[in-house]
Ligand binder design. Structure first.
Ligand code: DGJ
Length: 687
């Protein structure tokens, strides 16, 4: 068999073999078709002057040696031997089980003694094509992999491509960016050793001449250093996106008989533009999700920072319980030596000075309030002042004889070491076993420097990060895990598969937060988007907004409270209780529903709509000033809900009015009828 047709929920992905078996190429990727397309839309006509066939074909995975000039996915070199691979197809395996198809295409280079398997996994439950590569060293000498990407995806972009990406920095994550690319390369590169705040390993590609129509989107499931290259050639009419790990410290070296398995690179097609691509990513991430209820949390960070004191925390917990919070999370500052950001990391013991009655007693008091209990940890953080560092100075990344860089006054634990990883796992396991903990926030606050030399440092660190998360999840299935890295620095599909929810940004300033959330929802589902209501003006004092605005913003994902509620009067507490009650009544719709974003939060009006079963929830915001007096004629912004069934009738919960789905879809509704209001929630139930 030399052609393979894979089916996702709504798309087809067709691959065929080049005539001499030197590569597999993409024949078609788009809406589902029954027949095998011959010729496919990516096939080229005409000669290849000054080039080779492999350099212009839509190669699924291109080793240097098969390709010579164009974008490469593999560069392999044997010491003292040939640099480059000239492999031939050697067979396939196709397995279908429970609606999931796995295809493996095997290639072998007899002279370089390298074999490779290009792997594909698809399911009828979503539209994502998961791809990865397995490279094996078949000789008895080492093999150097200078580049070993996961996969490449080729898209037809006749007049050039519009690339959409997510960029940012601390407190400004998930900003949406776009660039028009007709010729040449656009690269996103991350060398931080952790997924990163500066870019997400995510990219969407659209043909320039079809604005927001057909959209291909790709993402890498990796939490270390990575690279994504998009090479466009409008003359040849394609864009090729290669994704994979970025070995920063050294090439990856394969010992005799060893296999390198790349992380999965995922791709999907949507005919419905960026919005359709977002919905397809959300649907996929819902499949990765564990069936756990995400509680409304109270998190103490913004209220008390490092000044954790049992008495004050219990006071916060009491008020939190009274307003309907479900889990109380003590953030940073609860462990010995942690009075500021200069100490403590590594010594994961509750500080007896801060919990004079004992930590058990403290946890029991929180639990007696009917709350779940959560703790913040940063397992990879090591303070120079910690006992851990004094006992194991060799466990942190360092280059002997050179100064060690501190960022946020800390070093990074070399989690790639088996002993350090076993210690980190045991420390976390002990905490979760010893105390009645139902929520864990795993943070990571600095990128890596001075990692030294050694085989695949990045790979070993990330593999152990995954292994620890997996072991904790297996042994403590009732514990919800929140992923965080100085905000949204570890948002990637691999973390999504191992954490229940993510903290997208430390910025909770309402207008900024809305922009962060808009970008986050482009690549990630709302059940992953933790969001807290914090005090006004708070740390990030953006233009003042109403309190409603803050609640509605935090309701757009997984609502939490992060304000100093000990200072709130009864009126504010009652207000919070009302909002939390409202959120709890619709959280399944918000977290698991189909998302339609209306407009852009950088414009004057923005809304996000969620539809699940018979309910539509519409959250709306006015981002300009609410004037409070009508001095001019104005017509309120209208939203046409996309999730309504035109044949059905709906009841609006707030005013009990009835509407036909047809009228809602055609004329829309005005969720912010007067300009004194800057945020609202409209809930429509099918009647
Ligand atoms: C960074 C996180 O993003 C914050 O939410 C908080 O947990 C601090 N770290 C604590 O040090």
């Amino acid at each position: 068999m030399t052609r393979w047709a894979l089916r996702t929920a709504t798309t087809s992905y067709q691959v065929r073999l080049a005539l001499d078996g030197a590569w597999a190429e993409l024949a078609y990727w788009g809406p589902a078709v029954e027949e095998t397309l011959v010729p496919g839309p990516l096939e080229y006509a005409g000669p290849t002057p000054y080039s080779t066939a492999a350099d212009v074909a839509a190669c699924e995975y291109a080793p240097f040696g098969v390709r010579h000039f164009a974008q490469l996915d593999l560069i392999a070199e044997r010491e003292g031997g040939v640099r480059g691979t000239l492999w031939r197809y050697s067979g396939d395996d196709l397995a279908d089980k429970d609606g999931t198809t796995e295809l493996r295409l095997r290639f072998a280079d007899a002279s370089q003694r390298l074999t490779a398997t290009l792997c594909y996994r698809v399911s009828r439950d979503h539209d994502v094509v998961e791809r990865w590569a397995e490279i094996t060293n078949e000789a008895d000498t080492p093999l150097r992999l200078e580049r070993s990407r996961s996969a490449a995806f080729t898209m037809p972009t006749p007049g050039g491509a519009r690339l959409h990406y997510l960029h940012g920095r601390w407190a400004q994550e998930f900003q949406t960016g776009q660039v028009e690319l007709r010729h040449g390369r656009f690269t996103l590169e991350n060398r931080l050793g952790v997924t990163g705040l500066a870019h997400s390993p995510w990219l969407a590609v659209q043909p320039l001449d079809e604005p927001d129509g057909p959209t291909w989107s790709t993402a890498l499931a990796w939490s270390g250093s990575w690279a994504i290259d998009a090479d466009a050639d409008s003359a040849e009419g394609v864009t090729r996106v290669s994704l994979g790990r970025l070995p920063v410290e050294s090439a990856i070296e394969l010992a005799p008989g060893e296999t390198f398995t790349s992380p999965p690179a995922c791709g999907l097609y949507s005919p419905d533009g960026l919005a359709g691509a977002a919905r397809a990513w959300h649907a996929y991430q819902r499949r990765l999700r564990r069936d756990v209820r995400l509680p409304v949390v109270y998190n103490s960070w913004f209220a008390t920072e490092f000044r954790v004191r049992a008495e004050e925390q219990i006071e916060l917990a009491r008020k939190a319980a009274a307003i309907g919070v479900e889990t109380f999370v003590v953030d940073d500052g609860w462990f010995v030596g942690r009075d500021d950001d200069r100490g403590g990391l590594g010594d994961w013991e509750p500080d007896p000075v801060k919990f004079p009655g004992g930590f058990d007693r403290f946890v029991a008091q929180v639990r007696e309030l009917g709350l779940g209990f959560g703790l913040w940890v940063e397992p990879e953080g090591v303070s120079p002042r910690s006992r851990l560092y004094a006992e194991h100075p060799d466990w942190v990344y360092q280059v002997p004889g050179r100064p060690m860089t501190t960022i946020r006054n800390q070093y990074v634990l070399n989690l790639g070491r088996a002993d350090a990883a076993a210690w980190a796992h045991a420390a976390l396991d002990r905490l979760l076993s010893r105390y009645d903990i139902s929520y864990l926030k795993w943070d990571m606050n600095r990128p890596m420097t001075e990692r030294g030399a050694g085989a695949d440092l990045d790979g070993r660190h990330v593999a152990n990060y995954y292994a620890i998360l997996e072991a904790l999840r297996r042994d403590h299935p009732g514990v919800v895990v929140e992923g965080c890295a100085a905000g949204g620095g570890r948002a990637d599909l691999a973390t999504v598969a191992r954490c229940d929810v993510l903290w997208p940004s430390d910025n909770t300033g309402p207008l900024d937060r809305l922009v962060v959330q808009h970008g986050f929802l482009q690549a990630f589902a709302p059940h992953l988007m933790s969001s807290w209501v914090t005090d006004d003006p708070g740390f990030f004092a953006t233009s003042p907004r109403s309190r409603d605005f803050r609640y509605v913003t935090a309701m757009a994902g997984v609502l939490g409270i992060g304000a100093d509620i000990s200072a709130w009067d009864q009126e504010r507490l009652d207000e919070a209780a009302r909002w939390i009650g409202l959120y709890r009544s619709v959280r399944d719709v918000v977290q698991l529903g189909e998302v339609h974003r209306h407009g852009d939060p950088r414009g004057p009006f923005y809304a996000v709509e969620y539809t699940r079963d018979d309910t539509v929830v519409l959250l709306s915001w006015r981002t300009g000033h609410a004037r409070g007096s009508a001095t001019h004629v104005s017509r309120p912004p209208r939203v046409r809900p996309r999730g309504v069934d035109p044949a059905a009738r709906y009841r609006r919960r707030d005013d009990d009015s009835r509407h036909s789905g047809a009228a809602l879809a055609a004329a829309g509704l005005a969720p912010l009828p007067d300009d004194t209001t800057d945020a609202s929630v409209v809930i429509l139930d099918r009647v």
